[in-house]
Design a protein around this ligand. Structure first.
Ligand SMILES: Nc1nc2c(ncn2[C@@H]2O[C@H](COP(=O)(O)OP(=O)(O)OP(=O)(O)O)[C@@H](O)[C@H]2O)c(=O)[nH]1
Ligand SMILES: [Mg+2]
Length: 685
């Protein structure tokens, strides 16, 4: 593949709700742009984007994939992304490295929850955005209604650059408002149908206005001449796209391809080049810095994705944010402060890969054979300390306990899952010592299923998942004191330790304090530490449920010793027993972890979702409107939230989403405490 300079590069991430036809559209763009001779199809398993077994089996894109079109002297990188929310980590990464995004909307269904979610990704990162209204030939499709829906739910300045003409219920043309061209449903050029002339004029006026408004000079020129030259129009629209004041709307069919060339043209003319994009936020030796996209600047690249490729092994995907390198170069992974040798890099388009000999600002490439580089790392020149501001990925909210089916595979499972978790920031593996389980958290049930499928394919390890144990805590509710004498006379040297301990509750979250108020050397100072150790050990397994004990102060205030028989061990044992007895007198109670939930749902589901949260012992703390959605904030015990993702899906027809954060520990109500204690005893038995 020939080398392109930065001004001739464009990267577009194709985003949107699931199954609206993103992958099909990407395949059709490769075909229309002449990158492939045969049109790939998701339905026949020949897609250039959904080509892995897992995506074919599930009939969804499960990670991002790349395509390249050489069009009119421009190299257009197309990144297809998953529509399913479970895989939005990949979608966000792709949006972050694009010059602009293409939000695909179904011509019948309009703006859906996945459209809103992915719109948000682009909005948060300030990316220029264009729409593609797909499947406009369906009987149920209505371009005008869809446009209204976009304008109402997303942005008013969504204006068609191309629009469909329906005559006698069939698609007769796609008209290009900017160029005055049209194609019919077979993709052949035709004159603009008479029935479409009024709409063409109306949309053209809207485009003129938005172009003129983008720049004062253009506004003057518009007032003087009542129109703009073609050049002025393009310049004005391009500026309005870059500043997110204008959102061009395209339309057509992914299958069979209609309208693709108009889109490809506009990607090169309306989207900002990598050099025209904003600088990237970063730190340089811990000071804030901005990385200007400049081919002659220092080399800086962002890793936005990584995976294991069947041919190349582990590969990472990067976007070059600045600079240019050629051939093999020693570079630095500035995030990990390690060195890497960059020599095996490729441009990937569908199933094809081409060895590259140069990487320049704006390029998207796959790099093989790096030692320790993974998603969200920054690569830079040797000696560089520049670290790009990391991509913010969503917090995983679906957590399960996990174990290998064959217990001897424990280590293999751990290393396999660690690798997957390093590649996918929305997957988190933890060894949770407090509950004695390994847990895996992801975005949803399907996400974890797919990841565990990958684990099995790559390592052969099969796994089982369980409901994770809850990390209950125990505490006390009142002051109490008592003593314990550990005394044993067995043959030779005996054991003797005698302590008086007082326990007092501390505020929630305070943890543990230990004090000695022993006077007169009744417990010699050298044994005090053993007394503290005894208490700490006893606190690991509380007397009511075997859970960790927290939020109390223990004071050893008296005792006695034996000059020969006393030892650390004897005092530790005495203190453990004493603690246990005193704690049972101090009104022991069980605490449970509580999380703050922020559940975002369309208004119509608010009642059901709130009712469900309340039935989970949740306390509603507030409700706020966010566009067409309501955000319910509630504090809910973690024990009641297992697989909430699935519950919310069924309660809201998959239109709700939520995030959660740890709030703290709260006392468990009496009746429930008894149930839990019964469960714990059962488990122990
Ligand atoms: N007739 C027709 N079918 C289409 C069109 N676009 C997509 N489809 C069909 O819609 C289904 C889903 O298409 P995909 O391209 O896989 O959708 P997607 O948006 O990539 O889906 P996810 O990857 O799950 O987000 C497939 O069966 C396609 O054949 C279109 O323009 N016309
Ligand atoms: Mg897809």
């Amino acid at each position: 593949m020939k080398n392109y300079n930065s001004d001739k590069l464009r990267t577009i991430a194709v985003i949107g709700h699931g199954t609206v036809g993103k992958t099909s559209l990407c395949d059709s763009l490769l075909f229309a742009g002449g990158a492939v001779e045969r049109l790939g199809s998701v339905d026949s398993g020949t897609s250039q984007f959904d080509y892995t077994d897992e995506s074919r089996e599930r009939q969804h894109s499960l990670s991002s994939s790349m395509g390249i079109v050489d069009y009119n002297g421009y190299k257009i990188n197309i990144i297809d992304t998953p529509g399913l929310a479970d895989f939005h980590g990949a979608t966000i990464g792709s949006v972050m490295v694009s010059d602009g995004v293409l939000l695909v909307i179904d011509g019948s269904d309009g703006v859906e929850v996945g459209s809103l979610m992915t719109w948000d990704f682009a909005a948060r990162s300030d990316k220029p955005l264009m729409f593609w209204v797909n499947r406009v030939d369906r009987n149920s499709a209505d371009f005008g209604r869809t446009l209204e829906d976009i304008r109402k739910n997303l942005r008013k300045t969504a204006i068609p650059v191309t629009f469909p003409v329906i005559e006698n219920d069939v698609l007769s043309a796609i008209v290009n408002v900017l160029t005055g061209e049209a194609v019919n449903a077979e993709g052949k050029e035709i004159p603009v149908p008479d029935s479409a002339k009024d709409d063409t004029e109306m949309y053209r006026m809207q485009l003129l206005e938005i172009a003129a408004e983008s720049d004062e000079k253009l506004m003057e020129s518009f007032f003087e001449n009542e129109t703009l030259s073609e050049e002025e129009m393009t310049a004005g629209l391009k500026k309005a796209v870059a500043t997110r004041n204008f959102f061009p709307v395209f339309s057509g069919l992914a299958i069979p391809p209609v309208g693709q060339k108009f889109l490809l043209n506009s990607i090169s003319t309306l989207l900002p080049s990598p050099l025209e994009g904003p600088p990237a936020a970063a730190t340089d030796r811990d000071k804030e810095a901005e990385i200007t996209p400049d081919p002659s600047g220092p080399f800086v690249a962002r890793v936005f994705n990584s995976k294991v490729d069947t041919h190349m092994g582990e590969i990472v995907f990067v976007r070059v944010m600045s600079g240019c390198i050629e051939g093999t170069t020693d570079i630095s992974n500035t995030t990990r402060n390690s060195s890497e040798r960059l020599g095996n890099y490729y441009f990937i388009s569908g199933r094809e890969r081409t060895h590259a000999d140069r990487l320049i600002t704006g390029d998207i490439a796959a790099i093989a054979k790096l030692k320790s580089t993974t998603t969200n790392d920054t690569l830079g020149q040797k000696g560089s300390k520049i670290i790009l501001k990391p991509i913010v990925f969503p917090q995983p909210v679906y957590r399960v306990a996990i174990a290998p089916k064959d217990r001897s595979n424990e280590d293999k499972m751990g290393s396999g899952l660690s690798l997957l978790a390093a590649q996918d920031p929305t997957l988190i593996l933890r060894n949770e010592s407090e509950i004695g389980q390994t847990t895996l958290s992801g975005m949803g049930e399907l996400h974890l299923k797919v990841m565990l499928g990958r684990l099995k394919d790559s390592t052969g390890v099969e796994t089982e998942t369980f409901k994770p144990k809850i990390a209950y805590h125990e505490t006390i509710t009142r002051k109490a004191e008592g003593s314990y004498k550990h005394k044993k006379q067995t043959g030779g040297r005996g054991q003797y330790g005698h302590v008086f301990i007082r326990l007092e509750p501390l505020p929630r979250g305070a943890g543990f304090e230990f004090k000695s108020k022993v006077v007169g050397g009744n417990v010699p100072t050298n044994f005090i530490q053993a007394v503290e150790k005894g208490v700490i050990e006893a606190m690991k397994n509380g007397p009511i449920s075997g859970c960790k004990v927290v939020d109390l102060q223990a004071v050893v205030f008296d005792g006695s010793y034996h000059p020969v028989d006393s030892s650390d061990m004897a005092f530790k044992l005495a203190s453990r027993k004493c603690f246990r007895n005193v704690m049972l007198d101090a009104g022991p109670s069980l605490l449970e972890p509580v999380v703050i939930m922020e559940v975002t749902v369309p208004e119509e589901f608010m009642g059901d979702v709130m009712g469900d949260l309340t039935s989970r012992r949740g306390r509603i703390q507030g409700i706020e409107a966010e566009g067409a959605f309501q955000v319910i904030k509630a504090s809910v015990p973690e024990a009641e939230l297992f697989q909430y993702t699935s519950t919310l899906k069924s309660l809201t027809q998959a239109r709700g989403s939520f995030s959660q954060s740890f709030e703290g520990y709260q006392p468990v109500p009496r009746d429930i405490q008894e149930k839990i204690m019964a469960e714990v005893t059962e488990e122990e038995e």
